[in-house]
Ligand binder design. Structure first.
Ligand SMILES: Nc1ncnc2c1ncn2[C@@H]1O[C@H](COP(=O)(O)OP(=O)(O)OP(=O)(O)O)[C@@H](O)[C@H]1O
Length: 274
């Protein structure tokens, strides 16, 4: 569905990442993991066709994304940004309806069918009762679910999410994560492919996702979470000793060693480079 081949990403002429290859199909979740500043957002912008690739290609449905119109891209990919409070009061349902506008084009007015699709998306995520609430007054977790509903209303098969659980409390993180997992698990036409960035490797284990682990401007490893998120790889990328353990329920979790002696702590490249 979406494929990047030998992609170089960056701004102007300087590459931030090179040799990037990835593939996402319906029913799959791909987690982008890597330290601050490694290029996850830049990669997203390139995959969405918002930023030109420095070299290599992005194929959407087998065709170069550069050859597709914004409307074509919007029918295939929905983007879920981090949930910030907007300056203007919108009803939550109006925010979800914006997913239809992305699909219809800037000047088309959403009609009855669009409203029904938007309401269905909210119902599907269990937030229909928020439809007429002021979006700016919702909690962070509720806002994130509204933005995911907006992506569902767009009826794109691929959903790209930029740190969907950032700034959510523990309970809301679990709730949003469960909804994301369900998006890929639905069988048939409603199944989605999901690409998300996160700073929490445990989420990749919880979602049973594939992982693209970014490091020093490239990909250190790509594949199932259980194969990519090894102690050695995590320790290399995050620059401190990390162990991976199995819980009683069988899920893997990552445990960084919290050094009290800061002189013994290695720092990741992104944090130490000027
Ligand atoms: N518009 C821009 N012009 C030039 N450089 C930029 C621009 N936006 C980001 N960068 C640089 O590109 C690099 C990668 O940034 P990016 O935001 O893609 O990283 P990230 O992995 O998403 O980081 P984080 O995990 O902190 O969100 C950084 O060094 C950043 O300073």
């Amino acid at each position: 569905m979406l494929e990047a081949q030998d992609l170089s990403i960056g701004y102007g002429k300087s590459p931030i990442g090179t040799g990037l290859n990835l593939q996402v199909r319906e029913g799959e979740i791909l987690c982008l993991l890597g330290p601050n500043g490694c290029g996850k957002t830049t990669l997203f912008r390139t995959l969405l066709g918002l930023l030109p690739a420095l070299s290599g290609s992005v194929l959407l449905g087998g065709r170069p994304i550069t050859a597709q119109t914004r409307a074509e891209i919007a029918r295939a990919i929905a983007y879920v940004p981090q949930a910030h409070a907007p300056p203007f009061p919108f009803e939550a349902l109006e925010v979800v309806l914006m997913g239809r506008t992305a699909r219809l084009g800037a000047f088309a007015q959403p009609g009855k069918t669009d409203r029904a699709v938007a309401e269905d998306a909210m119902r599907h995520l269990g937030i229909h009762d928020l439809a007429h609430r002021d979006y700016s007054q919702l909690s962070g977790g509720q806002r994130q679910l509204v933005l995911i509903a907006r992506a569902l209303a767009q009826e794109a098969t691929l959903i790209v999410m930029d740190e969907p659980t950032a700034s959510l409390d523990f309970g809301n993180q679990a709730q949003v994560l469960a909804r994301i997992g369900a998006l890929a698990q639905i069988k048939g036409t409603a199944s989605h492919g999901v690409i998300l960035s996160t700073h929490d490797p445990d989420q990749a284990f919880a979602l049973n996702a594939r992982v693209l682990l970014m490091h020093r401007g490239g990909v250190l490893a790509e594949g199932p979470a259980t194969e990519v998120l090894t102690e050695a790889n995590l320790t290399t990328v995050y620059g401190l000793p990390i162990t991976v353990e199995s819980t009683l329920s069988g899920r893997k979790v990552c445990l960084p060693r919290l050094a009290t002696d800061t002189s013994a702590t290695m720092m990741p490249d992104a944090m130490t480079s000027p």
